[in-house]
Design a protein around this ligand. Structure first.
Ligand code: GLC
Length: 522
């Protein structure tokens, strides 16, 4: 049984489309590939998929640079493929969330091309954020000191002397959300995809849409702080109130989840007012080190942040923007097997928490971050803009290994090289290899997800902390008790009958780097 509405306790699986499955044999994943592998998601036991951008795009930032918000990039398929995918997702009993990228377009979007061709001060330029440089002989300094999140300044100058703002890559000009045509266009785009049957949206850079009208300098402050001029300006909430009305106009519990980075719970809660977004990402777990006290602290804080709003919390360990958690948990020491052991234990924590969990493709296979990609293969603008100083995010975006013993491991047809090279050692990590191995990460994910499904109808939406040794964390939700031991030494388990453990128990002792679910009565 699920609680209502569906997303309050859903497990959502992030599909990074370009790296999931290659249906047309061009070395990049696509919508046909996703369709062909829906059985994997059903067998895994998730409730929904979130598709990263598949829109026409020059891929300057992996598709987060959209040139047409109502289409499908030919590399990824056609609108007919999309419609067929929606139908198949629903036929598999799953829901579909798609990414929407409202903060910026691609520099190839017709609006930006028009803006570049139009004179300063024209309505076409007003859809973006064009400014003169700082006062001075020729205004050759950018209008302010804002940095791009990918490195370097957030401004690029056109030959006519005006500068445009891009909080990310140069190829991602920021839209001006004070312009009513931008607002109505996006409401229309939402309707376009809602009419095609999507169940929800993941809103990219959701806190950044409206900038402070003063465009004041950061003057040394971190650009992400909400007290600064860029993120979480009060006017951004008007946008989501209007989006909520659009969503509410459709039946079937359509939802929106915002990618919102804030520096405080009050700010986060504002997005969750009843007439705004249904959910926001809470990145606390992903940011926490392997430590019971750190986990306890972030869980407490995350629950407290959403408590006044009535919204359900959300949890995430990995995404297409972060180092895979198996590898994070191996650092700084690299002891063989420790990352995998901890990743299994972290899954039991994640799935025992109230609210919804967002999984990232490949974590069910225990994939590590690929740290040795050849320089020539790397594509992330972070890598490019830092001139190789920062590795960027390609290492978590390597295509999924499905079957076989050599590249492309069933990702696409034999002999077709995937867009990022796949490590030779992945033969043992394929879905095929793991499906038949009861001790594999995949088998463990399936078992844990199936058990959560059986239990979920009986789990209260809150949790009770139990006393635990310093290196451990214990809590109870009705019939389910979670015990997680982040230390090196075994700890005595709290009461209950073991249902699922990540490592063999010694009597009632839980080993280090392990977790257990226990069935509790009464
Ligand atoms: C979000 C996306 C990230 C992208 C950025 C700019 O943070 O998750 O992948 O690069 O926005 O669109």
């Amino acid at each position: 049984m699920t609680v209502s509405p569906w997303w309050r306790d859903a497990v959502v699986y992030e599909v990074y489309v370009r790296s999931f499955a290659d249906g047309n044999g061009d070395g990049e994943g696509d919508l046909r590939g996703v369709r062909s592998r829906l059985g994997h998601l059903r067998d895994l036991g998730v409730d929904a998929l979130w598709l990263t951008p598949f829109y026409p795009s020059p891929l300057a930032d992996g598709g987060y640079d959209v040139a047409d918000y109502r289409g499908v990039d030919p590399r990824f398929g056609t609108l007919d493929d999309f419609d067929a995918l929606v139908a198949d997702v629903h036929a598999h009993g799953l829901r579909l969330i798609i990414d929407i990228v409202p903060n910026h377009t691609s520099d190839r979007h017709p609006w930006f091309r028009e803006a570049v061709g139009a004179p300063p001060g024209s309505p076409a330029r007003d859809r973006y954020i064009f400014r003169r440089g700082r006062p001075g002989p020729d205004g050759e300094d950018p209008p302010n000191d804002w940095p791009s999140a990918f490195g370097g300044p957030a401004w690029t100058r056109l030959p006519d002397g005006e500068w445009y703002l891009h909080l990310f890559a140069t190829e991602q000009p920021d839209l001006n959300w004070r312009d009513p045509t931008v607002r109505s266009e996006f409401e229309d785009i939402l309707r376009f995809w809602l009419d095609r049957g999507v169940d929800g949206f993941r809103i990219d850079v959701a806190a950044g849409l409206v900038k402070d009208a003063s465009f004041r300098d950061l003057a040394g402050r971190d650009h992400r702080v909400v007290s600064g001029p860029i993120y979480s300006r009060p006017e951004v909430h008007e946008i989501y109130r209007r989006w909520r009305r659009v969503l509410d106009g459709y039946g079937g519990d359509r939802m929106a989840i915002g990618e919102v980075w804030t520096d405080g719970p009050e700010e986060l809660a504002r997005y969750l007012r009843p007439d705004e977004l249904h959910q926001v990402f809470q990145f606390d777990l992903q940011l926490a080190p392997w430590s019971a006290s750190a986990f306890r602290e972030v869980v407490l804080a995350a629950l407290a942040a959403v408590a006044p709003t009535g919204a359900a919390p959300t949890w995430v360990l990995s995404s297409h923007d972060s180092v895979r958690h198996r590898t994070r948990y191996e650092r700084p020491l690299s002891m063989p097997g420790v990352g995998t052991a901890r990743a299994k234990a972290a899954l039991l924590l994640l799935l025992a928490l109230p609210g919804s969990a967002y999984l990232y493709q490949g974590e069910e296979l225990g994939l590590p971050e690929v740290t040795d990609l050849p320089d020539g293969a790397r594509q992330d603008p972070i890598w490019k803009r830092s001139r190789g100083g920062l590795p960027g995010r390609d290492g978590c975006r390597v295509p999924l290994p499905w079957s076989g013993t050599e590249e492309p491991f069933g990702f696409g047809p034999p002999g077709v090289r995937p867009w990022l090279p796949m490590p030779a050692g992945w033969a043992s990590l394929t879905v095929e290899a793991q499906a038949s191995d009861p001790s594999s990460m995949l088998a463990f994910y399936r078992e844990a997800l199936a058990m959560r499904r059986t239990l979920r109808g009986d789990l209260p939406e809150d949790l009770t902390w139990l006393d635990a040794p310093e290196t451990a964390l214990f809590f109870r939700r009705g019939p389910l008790t979670l015990a997680l031991n982040c230390g090196d030494h075994p700890v005595r388990l709290p009461p209950g009958r073991p249902l699922l453990t990540t490592a063999p128990l010694y009597g009632d002792l839980l080993p280090g780097d392990a977790a257990a679910w226990l069935r509790t009565r009464g």
